[in-house]
Ligand binder design. Sequence first.
Ligand code: UD1
Length: 433
Amino acid sequence: MEKYVIKGGKKLYGQIDISGAKNAAVAIIPAALMVEGVCRIENIPQISDTKKLLEMLSLMGAKIKYINEHTFDIDCTNVYMSDEIFELTRQIRASYYLIGSMLGRFGEAHTTMPGGCNFGVRPIDQHIKGMKALGATMDISRGFIKAQAKGGRLKGARIYLDKVSVGATINIMIAATMASGQTIIENVAREPHIVDLANFLNSMGADIRGAGTDVIKVRGVEKLHGGTYCLIPDQIEAGTYMAAVAATGGEVTLNNVIPKHLDCISAKLIEMGVEIEEGEDYITIRRDGELTHANIKTQPYPGFPTDMQPQVSTVLTIANGTSVITEGVWDNRYRYVNELRKMGAEIQVDGKTAVIQGVDKLYGAPVAACDLRAGAAMVIAGLCAEGTTTIEDIIYIERGYQDLVGKLRKLGADIAKVNDPEPKTDSGIAEAV
Ligand code: UD1
């Protein structure tokens, strides 16, 4: 089994490049299924989720050409439905975007319920409501999803989301792109990758307006054509390195970022005593003084991202004073707290609230990654802890961080990926979902 081994206590210095946004890539790759022609997509992060999605398209007959490490030509001119994708669709969350893109392309969809990180119950009722409003019948049983557009093509509709959902916004926007007539989606999410998906689809011939606001209007088109598109940088990857520097101290410049997307993370870190300097496409993080406690409430964009909650909470475990964290998006996003306690953190959790009492330092220990961002939090804890930390179940981390070990080593961290033939210790946490 592969593990990370970190010898903590080293400050981070230097500069690294931030990769393309995972959550944009995992929406844009399935959306490419609707394009008849060659899509050249640049800045695709090399992570297991994007590799699996490209493999799914390939199993459906797409021709995928590797141009360079981050650029792929995807040609979906001759695609077809295939049951061979089911083993992969069960493994990742974003596979549910194939419902929207298959309905758009084929007038029908056949896939499985998605996988992904376990943050408690993850319903998809808003996705289903959207597809039904567009005229699809939805049949969900025994883990399979079958959808059929009445008359073979979806029909534009007015849809109000009962809950601000990133996934439902994306899925309905994809499906509406090829529907007949106009779709208006209200109370939508506004995350940067939603704007990125709209920009991608528009550059391939779609007519989508309002992405980034809470109402999106889509005028359906008959066909999408090929083109070239470059993905935005990853807000959460950048935020994770910002949190790492806040935890260890040092000075790091992150290149290829959009500082505006990092505003809410920067503001919180500044409140905690971190210095931040922004350029047009870079951000420098410096910390040499003490860390101060802070309160955080996670919210949909432009609020503080839930996907940064575990990492920044980890930094707060070594800040002076008491911090209160309120998780405003997911029901169960504190599973990593038990692991941090093994390293000496003092955290009490009551429902969606965590109270962190800062301690002088964390101590290295064997821990596990219980999901993607929780795994990133364990890495941050290991980097600032005294002694050696080993992290199991790194498969979760590698779903979303390109070359985490290489980038951290470039900044001076003592981290290695090792292959441990020993059977898994009973962390009691990791489970495939
Ligand atoms: C996406 C991100 C995930 C992030 C989350 C919130 C991807 C691949 N994943 O997940 O990393 O943590 O946004 O920023 O982009 N909900 C419903 N019904 C639905 C859909 C969602 O009740 O049909 C609820 C969820 O239970 C949750 C909230 O809405 O409480 C937000 O979920 P959503 O924004 O949909 O998250 P994902 O798109 O799954």
